[in-house]
Design a protein around this ligand. Sequence first.
Ligand code: F6R
Length: 250
Amino acid sequence: MRIYQEADYEAMSRRAANLISAEVIRNPACVLGLATGSTPVGTYRQLAAWNQRGDFSFREVRTVNLDEYKGLAPTHDQSYRYFMQENLFDHIDIDVANTNVPDGLAADPAVECRRYDALVRSLGYADLQLLGLGRNGHIGFNEPCDRFVKETHVVDLTDSTIDANARFFATRDDVPRQALTMGIGCIMSARRVLLIASGSDKTDAVYNAFCGPITPQCPASILQLHNDVVLVGDKAALRKLVEAGVPVCE
Ligand code: F6R
């Protein structure tokens, strides 16, 4: 595992964008696993700027997003499809037909989960999977629970996740209570995982994920078993890891 400690959010975003663009340049038809949330916004902004400058192209890239709220239409401004259009896809030369987000409006969510798993498998899994990290250690919407769920599934969001995401909605009551999320199996099948974390409210989660026991109570801790993980964090998010003596690159 490689850990990059960056000064702040901007530097974290640039480093992450750099690693993603290197993947696209090396393999122009790569499969990128993508995340939403506030952490990757700067990374996507940087990727879009480099793409618009002509440094590399997303024309052949395929993407699979981690998750989607159950019950939100792609046009809902808090849906993850909408987020991806707004923050990345509308600003780069990607073919939208090559982008995939679980369908939050599927009539039968269980069928949709099976379809999504089959799709990710048919693409050969992500060459590079970008992840954010929940304060409770979740990745995608794999919430702390008593087992690691391998497949794409419908999940009940925990109170802590609803609280954390309420900032994006008019009221806490508007936050959907369920989501469809890629399971741990798909995430662990990615060739490389790039986890990004920013801010002091992530320092415990980062520490637990990489220095704590491997347990489904901290879903990100499974990444300790992946053989190609890169963690990019700012100083605030990595503080506890660094204090514990874990070596980092700067
Ligand atoms: C969203 C996702 C989540 C977020 C996590 C952190 O697609 O996969 O696991 O990465 O909730 O969210 P932020 O970045 O908003 O702190």
